[in-house]
Design a protein around this ligand. Structure first.
Ligand code: UD1
Ligand code: UDP
Length: 372
């Protein structure tokens, strides 16, 4: 069995690390193809190092560009590798342009695609990620849905074969790394922070940061928060804040901006935050896994399970709404505890192992192929 793992961004490295480990435990060496969608040290290599992943077999150096440029160049480069290597299956994870490029390049070469984190839907087709998810799911042969809800989304679109509810590999990654983070990371001391006395913020989504008026709203929210704010900033956001001349507005005594952090430091910051405020997908998941109340800076989410479980509230970029919930969380202990004790809906931390076992079994039965 020779699986190819195609990835290229920060969350994909983190969420595929349990799958890579799972294969290595079964003495299967996956072919690792990194598109280079993320290329800064702190957006990519730091995770390969911290998570102790094997050497990447192919660095495709796709880099940044428009949606079509990035996806198209990635497809062309991925196709070349796949034609040479002829893997048994291509594994992609999530909803990035790397995923769409990997899925399309593979299926057209009749290499079956296994999609990890299949079936998520925000039902907002203005998000590039929503288009990527839908198309990747429809191009895939094996679908690893994290929850029953994700499986139902697939069913509604007629995808019923080879769908497996396995949990989300983010639980594996958090469980495998949070104890190490607790021991090794010195980030609280470095930033002069005390446990449960700060709000951890991240925002990088196109719809929030690429438009001046939206970014102004975000800045207005961040500068109104009544607690220390720690914001490890995604390069997209930094670029836009500079372009729109808004970066200096964040020069405030209670706001700490850092470069993007490694996984161990970031996990430590998440675990010890009083509140997490984010537009990230993975961080909405990690917040409920770690028992930290999450306010999501979006109007919809493809992770509705976190909202239903009571650990996540959609606040959009509505300052009044954000401040209402921040104040409530800081002043109403019962409300805080209720959010903090919401049950993790993403499984038991064995998703990576399950994915590997299922793929090995399908291969053994001769069922790992593109349907005719
Ligand atoms: C991508 C994904 C998004 C995911 C995010 C994870 C798509 C459509 N979006 O968004 O779903 O949540 O990754 O973080 O695939 N840049 C750098 N250095 C880097 C990478 C990016 O400076 O290493 C800057 C560039 O200016 C680039 C911008 O960030 O144009 C956006 O990068 P891109 O990969 O296109 O999208 P993300 O916002 O990272
Ligand atoms: N993350 C990190 N350092 C940071 C910010 C995020 O290690 O400075 C991790 C975070 O713990 C999560 C993942 O990156 O596992 C989320 O990535 P991101 O928010 O970029 O993408 P999304 O999940 O929205 O696709």
């Amino acid at each position: 069995m020779r699986p190819a793992i195609i990835f290229g961004t920060r969350p994909e490295i983190i969420k595929l690390s349990p799958v890579i480990r799972g294969f290595l435990e079964k003495n299967v060496e996956p072919l690792l193809i990194h598109t280079g969608q993320h290329y800064d040290y702190e957006m990519s290599k730091i995770f390969l190092e911290e998570l102790e992943l094997p050497e990447i077999d192919y660095h495709l150096e796709v880099g940044s560009g428009t949606q079509a440029e990035q996806t198209g160049i990635a497809m062309i480069k991925i196709e070349k590798v796949l034609m040479e290597e002829k893997p048994d299956v291509s594994i992609v994870q999530g909803d990035t342009n790397t995923v769409l490029a990997g899925a399309l390049a593979s299926v057209k070469l009749l290499i079956p695609v296994a999609h990890v984190e299949a079936g998520l839907r925000s039902f907002d087709r203005t998000m590039p990620e929503e288009i990527n998810r839908i198309l990747a799911d429809h191009a895939s042969e094996v679908l690893f849905a994290p929850t029953e809800e994700a499986k139902k989304n697939l069913e509604k679109e007629g995808i019923v074969e080879n769908v497996y509810v396995v949990g989300n590999t983010i639980v594996d990654a958090v469980l495998q790394n949070s104890e190490i983070a607790e021991r090794k990371s010195k980030i609280l001391k470095e930033l002069g922070l005390k446990e449960k006395e700060y709000i951890l913020v991240t925002a990088h989504r196109k719809e929030n940061v690429d438009y001046r008026e939206k970014l102004e709203k975000l800045v207005d929210i961040l500068t109104s928060l009544p607690l220390t704010v720690v914001y490890p900033m995604h390069p997209r956001t930094k670029k836009r804040l500079e372009e729109f001349g808004l970066i200096n507005k964040l020069n405030k005594e209670n706001i700490i901006i850092t470069k993007p952090l490694g996984y161990l430091d970031f996990l430590k910051l998440e675990k010890n935050a009083k509140i997490i405020m984010t537009d990230s997908g993975g961080i909405q998941e990690e917040a409920i896994i770690l028992g930290v109340p999450c306010l999501t800076l979006r109007y919809n989410t493809e992770r509705p399970e976190t909202v239903k479980a009571g650990g996540n509230i959609l606040v959009g970029l509505e300052k009044e709404r954000v401040l209402y919930y921040v104040t409530k969380l800081l002043e109403d202990e019962e409300f805080y505890e209720k959010m903090a004790s919401a049950k993790n809906p993403f499984g038991d931390g064995n998703a990576g192992k399950r994915i590997v076992e299922i793929l090995l079994e399908l291969k053994a039965k001769g069922k790992l192929k593109v349907r005719s």
